[in-house]
Write a protein that binds this ligand. Structure first.
Ligand code: 5GP
Length: 191
């Protein structure tokens, strides 16, 4: 997606060869016009998928996932990384290792928002090792739901996430695939 690649080149900043900062347009300040394009692009790609829900992980996935859900006319479910006292009821939980923080967190969803027979479209901001996506696959399977597609805004193609998910039978579609990056150069897979 050209508009996204331009934003990455102009405003993204690789802090090293592994981590890309996109906090000026994706996960701190949010370029909602770009996110609307992102959502509409995902919706076109996945419109025949017979999905019942769009699912994402808080917090950076919410903007692209919300526009995708809006364009597809589907409910959006946000999986939680932190539970709180007001989050009571029947919860599904799994442990995920965080790529950026190097720590673990509990990914949680209320059973009432993901159920038997649901067909899920997972939208997330980044794909690195695939741990976060596997956390969602795990929760979906606990709920009796299936994940029928995965839409990623920025895939770091030099990391193993895509291969791991494809080996698990997943349909993975990324809008920008970073082949390599250094502090002053970012290269995409299709260039
Ligand atoms: P994975 O679970 O695939 O290893 O990593 C995906 C999650 O880690 C994403 O949801 C995203 O929040 C975070 N992440 C992974 N790589 C990056 C990165 O290079 N930059 C930023 N900002 N977040 C990342």
């Amino acid at each position: 997606m050209q508009m996204l690649k331009e934003a990455i080149l102009q405003k993204g900043r690789a802090i090293n060869q592994d981590v890309l900062l996109v906090d000026s347009f994706l996960n701190h300040q949010v370029d909602v016009r770009l996110m609307r394009e992102v959502g509409e692009t995902f919706a076109r790609r996945f419109q025949e998928g017979a999905f019942t829900r769009v699912v994402t992980i808080e917090s950076s996935g919410i903007a692209p996932a919300a526009f995708t859900a809006l364009a597809l006319g589907l409910p959006l479910v946000v999986m939680k990384k932190q539970t709180s006292k007001i989050m009571t009821g029947d919860l599904l939980e799994t442990t995920v290792r965080s790529f950026t923080k190097g720590t673990q967190y509990q990914l949680t969803v209320k059973r009432e928002f993901l159920g038997e027979g649901d067909r899920v479209l997972l939208i997330d901001d980044f794909l690195a090792s695939g741990e976060a996506a596997f956390g969602v696959l795990n929760l979906a399977s606990q709920a009796g739901a299936t994940v029928g597609g995965i839409g990623i805004v920025i895939e770091k193609a030099f990391q193993p996430g895509r291969k791991r998910l494809e080996d698990a039978g997943m349909d993975v579609y990324s809008l920008a695939r970073v082949k390599s990056m250094t502090k002053d150069h970012i290269e995409f897979v299709d260039d």
